[in-house]
Write a protein that binds this ligand. Structure first.
Ligand code: SF4
Ligand code: FES
Length: 393
């Protein structure tokens, strides 16, 4: 799974329409904490693909210990009750859960807009029709390349790209809106223009071109994935050209790699401000990569409520707002725009989750990015594929 949240204004609009009056009730702040916009429901870590850029933790969990159907239904109800408008069903591969239609049906019944983020390789027309009947609103399918050989190599699964194209056509036939996610890096960027054409041909209303972000498995594979500056500049030109050509017909979102940034992204729209994640075993996280942070006692839906986790837990309050910020963030005029960048990236690069994100040119650690870029200049290393038990050394 590679997720970039924050670019879902179209989904927000649809969700607000659906929620109607209930939204008005739930949007009230409690103890100065705004309600979340969306729940990322990581239903499982099981996945038939092995993408080396996956943002799941490197210690993947197996099927035993996953939340039950009833537990997930309760989570969905609670998410709606605290004001969430959307649920993104993700993983791993969410369709590995045979109860997915039940969960979609339940999410719809409590007023959530439902988005399925899938590799698509486990779907067929019958399963899609069942999901449509359950009320699914939207599907996102990720592609590894337009070239089947390279795409299947990156995904670690023979036949994956062909199956994805077939399923994308089924999704459109079923009348569901489709987003195509193109996760790009140094080993597929040469094909970006052709990938964009493929996505248009598949009938995507929205295309997300996302450079890999370096957490989880992607961090372990950074030297194999990080593009050169020239590759990045060419990709940006190609995206700009496609945007101009497709204006009014297809929306293209573009997520650039932080390693070439001067200003950091407002990761998750700010810690504990818009999103919450529930893991397969029920931990409640402020972002999908937060399990990489040591020393955090993450709340669990098995021992407490989502409301307590969102509003009162130490984990969610630790980096909420601006009071926690060190210099230079504490005195910076952008502190309520980017919220100090990404906590997981700050930890991954400096060992301190409370540091200014090194992606910021004002960070005293900004030079660490240059070192990473230098390291990635050599011949790419072989991939460390995402596998249960395949924790990199
Ligand atoms: Fe953002 Fe902090 Fe950098 Fe200012 S110093 S731009 S708040 S990360
Ligand atoms: Fe965790 Fe950015 S990915 S805060």
């Amino acid at each position: 799974m590679l997720l970039h949240v924050g670019a879902h204004s179209h989904i927000r609009k649809s969700a607000e329409t659906r929620r109607g009056k209930k939204l008005q009730m739930n949007m009230e702040t409690v103890n100065n904490v705004e309600p979340p916009l969306a729940l990322l429901a990581e239903l499982t870590h099981r996945c038939p693909l092995q993408c080396p850029y996956c943002s799941n933790p490197t210690h993947l969990s197996g099927a035993s210990g996953e939340l039950t159907t009833a537990e997930w239904q309760d989570v969905l109800t609670q998410a709606s009750d605290i004001g969430a408008l959307q649920v993104h069903f993700s993983g791993g591969e969410p369709t590995a859960r045979q109860d997915l239609p039940n969960l979609v049906r339940h999410a719809v019944s409590v007023g959530l807009y439902t988005n399925l983020i899938t590799s698509a390789v486990t779907l067929d027309q019958k399963r899609i029709d069942v999901l449509v009947e359950a009320g699914l609103d939207h599907v996102q399918i990720s592609f590894q390349d337009v070239d089947d050989v390279n795409g299947d190599r990156i995904a670690g699964m023979a036949g994956a790209q062909k199956k994805k194209r077939e399923v994308a056509a089924m999704v459109r036939r079923a009348g569901l809106p489709l987003t195509v996610n193109l996760v790009v890096h140094r080993q597929n960027l040469a094909n970006l223009s052709a990938m964009l054409e493929m996505a248009v041909g598949l009938g995507a209303a929205r295309i997300e071109v996302a450079h890999v972000q370096y957490y989880g498995w992607a961090l372990a594979n950074r030297d194999a994935l990080l593009p050169s500056r020239d590759q990045l500049d060419r990709a940006t030109e190609e995206v700009d050209a496609a945007r101009a050509r497709l204006a009014g017909a297809v929306v293209i979102d573009y997520v650039v790699p932080d390693y070439y940034a001067r200003l950091p992204k407002a990761c998750m729209g700010g810690w504990g401000r818009r999103f919450l994640t529930v893991t397969p075993r029920g931990l409640v996280l402020p972002c999908h990569a937060a399990e990489s942070l040591p020393g955090f006692d993450f709340p669990s839906v098995r021992t407490g409520t989502l409301a307590e986790a969102w509003r009162a837990s130490d984990v969610f309050n630790r980096f909420r707002g601006t009071d926690w910020m060190p210099a230079p963030c504490s005195g910076c005029d952008r502190r309520e725009l980017d919220w100090g960048g990404c906590r997981c990236q700050a930890f991954a690069l400096t060992g301190n989750a409370a540091a200014t994100d090194p992606a910021c040119g004002r960070s005293p650690d900004h030079a660490l990015l240059d070192i990473a870029v230098q390291d990635a200049r050599a011949e790419p290393r072989a991939f460390i594929y995402r596998r249960i038990g395949g924790v990199p050394a």
